[in-house]
Design a protein around this ligand. Structure first.
Ligand code: SF4
Length: 293
């Protein structure tokens, strides 16, 4: 029996960095609070909880005065930094540098916007922490586009500056961009529509799509390990399932069904960008034990 862990699986660079910053701080002793779940994976969160980290909501920030708070890779709106400053809270800022760059670009674009009455449009999920952070850097002035019907919110008589959430789907982004360009052309009857596009999708997310499809096609059985609340996990699993119908989603080794092993000669184990390597290894060793029984 071949059991292979997807070499492209495991944390993305931004999540790795956030966890490493949390571990460094915890090693110094004392408490550490994470503003929101540091990673959409409860097994990894539990591991960090055991080291002394506690997850809090924004409303609980006031209750943890004098203790450091970690800002996760998704980033935060300006109001969080202002609140921390006011309450003398030390921030461990683990905003992913790629998200930070996007926040800065959108803010710069917004600050330059008075002259041409521009609209800032972000393709992303309403309520997603990264989108809340992006909005909070420009006084919530962006138009958030989640799907094609949201395009109706755009005023096609004004310039449009289009960005995307770093974890957005590239194909859907292109569909939306092309639709906006067409409507601008129709509205203005001009061959040079005032549409400025910044495709700010993270390359780590972009590359995972094809990697996961290729990997899923290689094996008889695919075990996808991810947190139930990971949108990246749900998306990547849907790609696995489309490439290989014998794919199953588990949160950890306890969800593995031994019946899935029947008639199978090769197993691929993969996961979301929020699934830790140690959990993939644990699932592999659990399957090995079942096979050897
Ligand atoms: S997916 Fe990309 S942008 Fe988002 S945290 Fe990971 S590395 Fe950063």
């Amino acid at each position: 029996m071949i059991i292979e862990i997807d070499p492209g699986a495991g944390f993305c660079f931004g999540v790795k960095r956030a966890i490493s910053l949390a571990e460094d701080k915890l090693q110094q002793g004392g408490k550490l609070f994470s503003l929101g779940q540091i990673v959409h994976n409860k097994d990894e969160e539990q591991r960090l909880n055991q080291l002394g980290m506690t997850t809090i909501t924004h409303d609980q920030m006031d209750e943890v005065k004098d203790n450091p708070i970690l800002i996760r890779a998704h980033g935060e709106p300006k109001s969080t930094y202002q609140k921390a400053l006011k309450n003398n809270i030390e921030l461990i800022d683990a905003t992913c540098p790629i998200v930070l760059k996007l926040q800065n670009e959108i803010r710069k674009c917004w600050l330059e916007g008075d002259e041409d009455n521009r609209q800032i449009v972000v393709f992303g999920k309403k309520g997603h922490p990264e989108v809340i952070g992006l909005q909070g850097n420009i006084d919530n002035q962006a138009i958030i586009i989640e799907n094609i019907s949201d395009i109706e919110k755009i005023d096609f008589s004004r310039p449009i500056f289009l960005f995307s959430q770093t974890t957005a789907d590239e194909e859907l982004f292109d569909i939306i961009k092309n639709d906006i360009a067409k409507r601008l052309n129709d509205a203005q009857k001009s061959s040079t529509p005032p549409l400025h596009v910044t495709k700010s999708i993270c390359s780590q997310v972009k590359n995972r799509k094809n990697q996961v499809i290729t990997f899923a096609s290689k094996h008889d059985l695919i075990i996808f390990v991810g947190g139930k609340n990971s949108s990246n996990g749900r998306y990547l699993f849907s790609l696995c399932k489309a490439a290989n119908t014998n794919s199953f989603f588990i949160e950890n080794e306890t969800n593995f069904n031994p019946g899935w092993l029947t008639g199978v000669k090769s197993i691929g184990i993969t996961g979301a960008t929020s699934t830790p390597d140690w959990l993939l290894e644990k699932v592999k060793s659990h399957i090995n034990t079942l096979i050897q029984r």
